[in-house]
Write a protein that binds this ligand. Structure first.
Ligand code: 0O2
Length: 199
C-alpha cells in the first residue's frame, strides 16, 4: 500500500509538518557552549511512517488500522531524528526545541537517563505543531548521539527479522556495545570539555 492510499488527503499536511520540523531542527543555532563553533545538530533525517509499519503498530495496540487512528491514536506518523555529537548537546537542543513558539511538547521519553533494557538510549519528544504549515500535526522527534545512532540503526534490524540465529547472544552483545558506547560518549564529552577549557 502506498502512503497516498493510506494517508489520503492528510498526506500533504503530514509532508508539510515533516518539512517544517526538519527545517527547524537543521536551523538550530546552538553550538557547543564552550568553543562556540561546533554545531550542536550534526544532521537531521525524517520520514513519514510507512503504511505497513503504521498498520502493524495500530493492530498491535488493538486499534483500527486506518488513517484516522494513525493521526490521533499514535504520534509518530511524522518522525524526525536529530543527531548530535555529544550527549549534553542532545539536552541543549531538546531545551531549544521546547522553547520554540511553533512547537508544543506533549510528552518526553528520556531513554538516555533511563535506558531501555536492550541498551537503547535516545531522547524522544512528542510535539504538536502549534503554528506554520504543519499546524495541528503531532510528530515524534528523536534526539541521540551519533555513536548511539550507529548502534540503534543496526539494532532496529532485529525488529524486522522473523528468526534470528543466536538471538540471545546477539542481544547480549548489542547490550554490551550500547553500554560501551554510552561510556565512550561520556569520555568524549569530558575530553571535549578539557580541550575547550585549554584554549
Ligand atoms: P520506525 O518508524 O521504524 O522507527 P512503540 O514502542 O513503537 O510501540 P512508542 O510509544 O511509539 O511505542 O515508542 P517509543 O518508545 O517512543 O519508540 C518509538 C520509536 O523509537 C521507534 O519507532 C524506533 O524508531 C525508536 N525506538 C524505540 N525503542 C527502540 C529500540 O529499542 N531500538 C531501536 N533501534 N529503536 C527504538 P518504530 O515504531 O520502531 O518505528
Amino acid at each position: 500500500m502506498t502512503k497516498q492510499t493510506f494517508y489520503g488527503a492528510a498526506l500533504p499536511k503530514l509532508e508539510a509538518a515533516e518539512r517544517q520540523l526538519v527545517s527547524l531542527c537543521t536551523q538550530c543555532p546552538l553550538s557547543h557552549e564552550l568553543d562556540g563553533e561546533s554545531p550542536a545538530v550534526l544532521s537531521c533525517i525524517s520520514r513519514i511512517k510507512s503504511p505497513d509499519s503504521m498498520i502493524a503498530k495500530l493492530r498491535g495496540r488493538g486499534l483500527a488500522a486506518d488513517c484516522q487512528a494513525a493521526l490521533t491514536a499514535v504520534h509518530d506518523a511524522v518522525g524526525v531524528r536529530v543527531i548530535c555529537a555529544f550527549a549534553d548537546d542532545v539536552y541543549r537542543v531538546a531545551g531549544w526545541l521546547d522553547a520554540q513558539p511553533d512547537l508544543r511538547c506533549i510528552q518526553v521519553k528520556d531513554y538516555i537517563a533511563c535506558p531501555k533494557t536492550n541498551g537503547y538510549r535516545s531522547y524522544h519528544m512528542i510535539v504538536e505543531l502549534a503554528g506554520g504549515p504543519g499546524q495541528g500535526i503531532t510528530a515524534e522527534i528523536q534526539l541521540r548521539t551519533i555513536a548511539i545512532d550507529f548502534w540503534a540503526t543496526l539494532e532496529h534490524q532485529m525488529k524486522y527479522k522473523r528468526t534470528i540465529p543466536h538471538e540471545a547472544l546477539i542481544r547480549a552483545e548489542l547490550k554490551r556495545c550500547a553500554d560501551e558506547i554510552a561510556s565512550v560518549d561520556l569520555s568524549m564529552q569530558t575530553i571535549r570539555e578539557l580541550l575547550t577549557q585549554s584554549f
